[in-house]
Design a protein around this ligand. Structure first.
Ligand code: UN1
Length: 496
């Protein structure tokens, strides 16, 4: 693809890095090869971890607002190259151009957030029970952060981690998905430019390791990786979590989702149908926040289904770089086969399937599928990374909430209603059990300002906004005695 050489050169990537290696990279647009990335061997992963650790020793003493300046410069580089990076994301992942650009924008947003944060890494002051003492809580840099990211948000999820980690004083070693190394190399090149502008950023502050499982395992097992942030399947998290815990490292897991929506009888059906289309069919169902299960009130079930089927029929499936396209290809053959498998199982469960066909004969384009199921169970309880929407009827809101919560995952959720009681009930303590609960918007497409992540098998981690930064720092409780007495806490006497 001629485009690639131009994009990579404008983004500043050395040609050798992506043409001379052994890792073949294909675009899901037509399956053609777009690069051969150089792969890190064990010695080079080791060198990058050691480099990051050395960088940590210097970076932790740089004042946080100054660290923020580096992230500001990086955000500027992203702004200047948003179009090229967004296009590269589309080519490497198959998401439509508008979403590729959105991903680059999400990186810019988190950089802005982190720059402000660099002056707000606040701790508490705490009242001491002892005279002449004060207590406070300080947040210190934690150490090297390892990031393992997935193909579907190949660069934004890294940036959520990296922007926060860098202002918190932590270097980052990044292992991107083997399916999307080119965007990682491009982002690393942009970071290098920002670091050069910054002037005295230590070498090793940000590095990328390209490779298979072994490279990821080295990050998981290395005690110098103070925090391992991993995004991917629950199966991956089940391995990573205990291994990091075994060395008492910290992990931040963002794993599977099986996100649901409830359409109540009072909902604005037009708005709900549009939101469902974006969150279930958009990104070809390959967001961890994609809508996968829909509970529709029985009174409006037929109306909603006919609207959805009509809207689905008009979705343009095709080349993600074409501005008319709304649904690009699945990432690869494996994804396509998993979709087929899920639809076969749904059929065996008595599901009524609309859509889901293979479109064209090159690559893995599919029509998004709607599957009407009578019973909530079986394949609908599993996350299939494809545009399949399972639809169910419900009678009472309690019933809908119970079904929506009756899966192993707990990432995102939503309700469509104009009834304030229903909306509040859904987001209450006994409502949705997910990390994200929305009213009158779909479960996907979160802004960076909130904490992102979920409960249960989603892994419990929180990234991005709010106080997610605390995971990247160590908390220190300090008690300072500024008197000449030595009173002991809890009134203990010990007169030696
Ligand atoms: C992911 O799919 O791993 O909320 C991240 C969203 C995006 C991030 C998705 N902002 O859909």
């Amino acid at each position: 693809m001629a485009d690639i050489a131009k994009l990579m050169s404008s983004l500043g990537v050395d040609k050798k890095m992506y043409t001379d290696g052994v890792l073949a990279v294909a675009t899901p647009i037509d399956g053609s090869e777009i690069g051969r990335a150089a792969v890190d061997d064990a010695a080079s992963v080791e060198a990058k971890i050691a480099g990051a650790q050395a960088a940590f020793l210097a970076w932790r003493d740089v004042p946080a607002p100054r660290r923020g300046e580096l992230v500001r410069l990086f955000g500027e580089a992203l702004r200047a190259h948003k179009d090229d990076l967004g296009r590269l994301v589309s080519i490497e992942t198959g998401k439509i151009l508008s979403e590729g650009l959105g991903e680059a924008q999400e990186m810019i947003d988190i950089c802005d957030f982190a720059v402000g944060l660099s002056r707000q890494l606040y701790g508490l002051t705490i009242a001491s029970e002892r005279p002449g003492h004060h207590m406070r809580e300080a947040w210190h840099p934690l150490g090297v952060v390892g990031v393992i990211s997935a193909f579907n948000f190949p660069v934004a999820v890294w940036s959520w981690n990296a922007a926060l980690a860098l202002v918190c004083g932590d270097p980052v070693v990044w292992k991107p998905s083997e399916k999307t190394p080119l965007t990682a190399l491009a982002v690393q090149a942009l970071f290098k430019r920002a670091a050069a502008k910054f002037g005295d950023a230590p070498e090793g502050l940000s590095s990328v390791v390209i490779g298979a499982r072994k490279a990821g395992e080295m990050l998981v097992d290395d005690p110098r990786i103070a925090l391992l942030s991993a995004t991917g399947s629950t199966r991956m998290g089940r391995e990573v979590g205990p291994r990091v815990a075994a060395r008492f490292g910290r992990s931040l897991l963002e794993l599977g989702g099986n996100n649901a929506g409830v359409i109540a009888s009072t909902a604005d059906l037009d708005l709900a149908a549009r939101a469902v289309c974006f969150s279930a069919a958009g990104t070809a169902g390959q967001r961890c926040t994609s809508l996968r299960r829909l509970f529709v009130h029985e009174k409006i079930y037929s109306e909603v289904l006919s609207r959805l089927k009509k809207a689905y029929a008009s979705l343009t499936v095709g080349d993600p770089l074409d501005p008319e396209t709304l649904v690009g290809p699945l990432i690869d053959q494996g994804a396509f086969e998993r979709m087929r498998y899920a639809l076969d199982r749904a059929k065996a469960q008595g599901g009524k399937i609309t859509g889901g066909e293979h479109v064209g004969d090159k690559a893995y384009y599919v029509r998004p599928a709607i599957v009407e199921l009578a019973e909530h169970g079986g394949i609908a309880l599993e996350e299939t990374f494809a545009p399949i929407l399972y639809v169910f009827r419900y009678g009472t809101l309690d019933e809908a909430i119970a079904m929506q919560n009756a899966v192993a995952q707990g990432l995102s959720s939503c309700i469509f209603t104009r009834d304030v009681q229903e909306a509040e009930r859904f987001v209450s303590a006994s409502g949705s059990d997910c990390g994200i609960a929305n009213v009158n918007i779909g479960p996907s497409g979160a802004e960076i300002g909130g904490a992102f992540g979920g409960e249960k098998e989603t892994g419990g981690g929180r990234e991005s906004g709010s106080d997610a930064w605390k995971a990247y720092m160590r908390r220190q409780t300090q008690t300072v005695n500024y008197s000449s007495e030595l009173p002991l806490a809890q009134g203990v006497k010990f007169d030696a």
